[in-house]
Design a protein around this ligand. Structure first.
Ligand code: FAD
Length: 297
């Protein structure tokens, strides 16, 4: 299914993100995770792609996206990045995705591993998006966006102007980088709409459930930490069970607030944690269902 049609019939789209097993771990390591996620009310599941990773590692994304569709009967989105990507390799990947009925691609630039020289045929995500569309227009394309500004951009306004290249290249909806402060998201949405970008935008939410995750997440994406979340982290940093519960509660409240304020979609960064995804989905499921049935009526 082309996901762009989903936003026409649903008021709120709910999706999950998983990553392929790392290093030498074979694809079947993720089977139990997918089995656990299958019962959740996800409109689609996206699978990350290791920019600059080995060919074997990158092929796992394709394989898992295909499996999600064929074995778990959920719509997949396959991530794809520009880093070190040559046109012939991209065509090979597109052919495999097509053969396996994977119609939706999250077209990304990715980040070059430190010290490596980029040997890509593409500079920006929009170049990759345009290439995919010119090769096969039947793919539906998704793009990334940054409520707190992409780290290379001089300003949020400039970053938003650059987003237009993605839309012009065929991206039909956007998913945000994870954030913890809804106010930043609302301000971003206002600016994006003022800039004339009208495509649906899903809010990317990642529950903080353990101490290790905190520093890694913040250094990777630079998301600001509101006082309420900082207090939770300080108070429970030596109590893993309490930190997990408080982190889940924070993410659930964040989603509830977004739903009350008319968000078009929630994209849950599951970190392959079925328990986390289940607890959040269960907590917000009925509200999303009510919004969608009101939309149908
Ligand atoms: P781009 O859209 O190319 O933007 C990168 C920078 O260039 C921005 O500062 C932008 O303002 C600027 N820019 C864009 N177009 C132009 C232009 N035409 N001219 C001048 N400047 C321009 N990474 C992975 O490796 N694998 C994944 O699976 C993955 N999944 C992700 C999923 C989501 C939802 C998000 C938000 C990010 C994901 N990332 C992933 C990380 C992403 O690859 C990085 O954040 C990367 O730094 C930027 O990717 P992009 O697609 O937004 O790049």
């Amino acid at each position: 299914m082309d996901l762009s049609t989903l936003f026409r019939v649903k008021k709120v789209v709910f999706s999950l993100e998983v990553f392929p097993p790392k290093k030498d771990n074979p694809v079947h390591v993720i089977y139990n995770t997918l089995l656990g996620l299958r019962g959740l009310p996800a409109d689609f599941i996206s699978v990350t792609y290791g920019a600059g990773g080995s060919a074997v590692q990158q092929s796992k994304t394709c394989e898992i996206a295909s499996l999600i569709r064929s074995n778990y009967h959920i719509e997949p989105v396959s991530h794809l990045t520009c880093v070190n990507a040559r046109k012939d390799k991209i065509i090979e990947t597109l052919n495999t995705l097509k053969e396996n009925g994977v119609q939706n691609i999250l077209a990304l630039r990715g980040d070059l591993p430190a010290g490596e020289e980029n040997r890509s045929d593409f500079v920006h995500a929009s170049d990759l998006a345009a290439f995919i569309k010119s090769y096969d227009a039947s793919f539906n394309l998704v793009g990334a966006c940054y409520p707190e500004c992409h780290y290379e951009s001089q300003s949020l306004e400039a970053d938003i102007e650059n987003l237009k290249y993605k839309i012009d290249s065929g991206v039909t909806h956007l998913i945000t980088q994870l954030f913890f402060d809804n106010q930043r998201f609302y301000e971003f949405i206002n600016k994006v709409r003022q800039a004339g970008i009208t495509v649906p935008i899903q809010a990317g939410i990642m529950p903080i459930v353990n101490k290790n995750q905190i520093e890694r997440t913040i250094s990777m994406c630079g998301a600001s930490i509101p006082t309420k979340l900082a207090t939770i982290i300080n108070r429970y940093s030596d109590n893993p069970a309490a930190l997990r519960d408080a982190g889940l509660f924070y993410a659930t409240e964040q989603i509830m607030d977004l739903l009350e304020n008319g968000v078009q979609g929630i994209h849950l960064y599951t970190m392959n944690n079925v328990q986390t995804a289940t607890r959040i989905s269960t907590a917000v499921e009925s509200i999303i269902a009510a919004k969608n049935s009101a939309n149908e009526a």
